[in-house]
Design a protein around this ligand. Structure first.
Ligand code: ATP
Length: 257
């Protein structure tokens, strides 16, 4: 589904991502791990259009999307969440999800709006808003957030705020979902629930790539794992292969003199 070739991002003298090849197979859950500063988030950022790569290519369904703007990439079917929660905290839960849905709403173009009379354009807007609302409700149910629909996002407990971020990303109707440290700051019960959620999302046919420091979660949920270290790909394989790879163990724990 996604193929990354020789991707690099240089910030001044820092080679944050250094000649990385990576593939996300359709329908799979893949993991990206590595010590702090290894380049994981930068890799996500250059794939999802938040930052431009210095070199390399990003192919999505065979199409070169390198350097596309983030909103264009979202529209093509790639969604993401962030390491730190980035909800619209002063909007309600349902409104946060509706914002995600707007990308698919098919608003009349400005040109078309101008040719419609005011009353008709008002009516079609209402129709659009209603379809956005109904779609958002479906995701509320999927995440069992119906009771909190009218709560302000900032009043939700931490685990539910993270779930809401995933719901908002899913409202864009992606085929590929990037999750940047979804379990960060979660307690064990919240992490267990997240694990179930990730599997349920994948069961919908959505391909997932996640960055995570929680090894239990990574090893449980990912079919393939890519390890980055100092911006370079250090290893790649099944959880079992990665667990036993001496180079990976050394990158995390160091080597005895
Ligand atoms: P963590 O696990 O701590 O989140 P990471 O693997 O996601 O780390 P990145 O955040 O991608 O690592 O950072 C990789 C390197 O690039 C680091 O040395 C970081 O300081 C540097 N870096 C990241 N973003 C920028 C930026 N916008 N400007 C300059 N340097 C940056």
């Amino acid at each position: 589904l996604l193929k990354v070739e020789g991707l690099a991002k240089v910030y001044g003298g820092v080679h944050a991502v250094d000649d990385v090849d990576f593939v996300a197979q359709a329908g799979r859950i893949s993991g990206i791990i590595g010590p702090n500063g290894a380049g994981k988030t930068t890799l996500f950022n250059v794939i999802t259009g938040l930052d431009e790569p210095t070199r390399g290519r990003v192919l999505f369904k065979g199409r070169d999307i390198t350097g596309f703007a983030a909103h264009r990439i979202t529209k093509l079917g790639i969604a993401r969440t962030f390491q730190n929660i980035r909800l619209f905290k002063e909007l309600t839960v349902i409104e946060n999800i509706m914002v995600g849905r707007h990308v698919r709403a098919g608003h009349p173009t400005l040109e078309r709006m101008r040719t419609l009379n005011a009353l008709h354009s008002l009516w079609s807007r209402d129709k659009v808003e209603r379809s956005i609302y109904l779609s958002a409700r479906r995701w509320l149910e999927f995440f069992a957030l119906e009771q909190s629909a009218k709560e302000l996002a900032r009043n939700l407990p931490y685990g539910k705020q993270r779930a809401l971020e995933i719901a908002r990303a899913l409202a864009t109707d992606p085929t590929l979902l990037f999750l940047d440290e979804p379990a960060a700051g979660m307690n064990p019960a919240e992490t267990r629930e997240l694990l179930g959620t990730i599997k349920r999302v994948n069961d919908l046919g959505i391909t997932i790539v996640l960055i995570e420091h929680d090894m239990k979660l990574v090893m449980n949920v990912c079919e393939r794992i890519t390890v980055l270290n100092y911006g370079k790909k250090l290893a790649e394989g099944t959880p079992e292969e990665i667990k036993n790879d001496p180079a990976v163990i050394e990158a995390y724990l160091g080597r005895e003199e």
